[in-house]
Write a protein that binds this ligand. Structure first.
Ligand SMILES: Nc1ncnc2c1ncn2[C@@H]1O[C@H](COP(=O)(O)OP(=O)(O)OP(=O)(O)O)[C@@H](O)[C@H]1O
Ligand SMILES: [Mg+2]
Length: 262
């Protein structure tokens, strides 16, 4: 089972879109995909038609009480989605109360990793949507994943947010035995604008080793898919945006294969 987290300390960079689009592409070739919404805003949860204000069971339950996590608890959180191969552990607004707690709060940093041990046989891929705040939820996402995806809007202000994120990754890596590898995904690219072209160049200059060669263009079809609650590839498999994510996925899969061989 591969676990990928999608995170950036900046909001609105395409994190949830990245999760949903990659999930759709993986599901369409037959992989069993589990999505975990760790964002208190619950955009991923809403995407699939659930209301984060109304849910009785959510990922919050993994952090409640003494933090004990068993298979029955994890299985009680699973929800179906618009795609039969995609399952969701939804967020609820109660998650926001956790965010106020200190980073790396004693004993609560591994709740997601613990939960995933119970579903290892059930899924091929787990994608985690992380909130844009460095708190106990993001720490959980980073601790549970083998690969971190960092979408970055191709504009100058976004580069500052990325610096912060890279500092966080370095901090986390000091505590991990195995270094967390990360892939920067340029998003909202519009080659007609100087801001996009120059900031993409800057990303290549600064983060040559970590930047994805697939660049995600601005594509209004993502919003159309989200209104319908469908994964973008099942709405319009030929769109430029879906093509770019398919290219990204191919390179991520090559990295996974290389790891398995090593
Ligand atoms: N490549 C793109 N082209 C056009 N629109 C996009 C693209 N990616 C995402 N969007 C749209 O931009 C909005 C923000 O994207 P998204 O929700 O994926 O960002 P986010 O990083 O998850 O935001 P937040 O931090 O609020 O959770 C959404 O309405 C989405 O449909
Ligand atoms: Mg989001």
């Amino acid at each position: 089972m591969q676990v990928w987290a999608v995170a950036n300390q900046k909001g609105g960079v395409g994190k949830t879109t990245t999760v949903v689009t990659l999930a759709g592409l993986l599901a369409e070739v037959g992989y069993r995909v589990l999505l975990i919404d760790l964002d208190p805003h619950g955009s991923l949860t809403s995407y699939f038609g659930y209301d984060p204000d109304e849910l009785d069971n959510s990922v919050y339950d993994l952090f409640a009480g003494d933090g004990a996590v068993d298979a029955a608890l994890v299985n009680s959180l699973l929800k179906s989605s618009s795609h039969e191969k995609i399952t969701l552990i939804p967020a609820s607004t109660a998650l926001a109360t956790l965010e106020r707690k200190a980073v790396g709060q004693e004993g609560m940093g591994l709740q997601i990793a613990k939960a995933l041990r119970h579903v290892r046989q059930q899924y091929d891929f787990v994608l985690i949507d992380s909130p844009p705040v460095l708190g106990v939820l993001m720490v959980n996402a980073l601790a549970a994943c083998q690969q971190l995806l960092v979408p970055v809007q191709t504009e100058f202000l976004a580069l500052k947010g990325l610096e912060r994120m890279v500092r966080t990754i370095n901090m986390i890596n000091r505590a991990r035995q195995r270094k967390l590898s990360f892939t920067i995904i340029p998003t909202f690219y519009d080659r007609r604008t100087q801001a996009s072209v120059q900031s993409l160049r800057e990303l290549h200059n600064r983060y040559a080793e970590n930047i994805s060669s697939a660049v995600i263009p601005v594509d209004t079809k993502f919003r159309n898919a989200s209104i319908k609650g469908l994964v973008p590839s099942s709405m319009d498999s030929g769109s430029r945006g879906v093509h770019a994510y398919a290219r990204l996925l191919r390179s991520l899969m090559e990295a996974v294969d290389a790891e398995v061989v090593v």
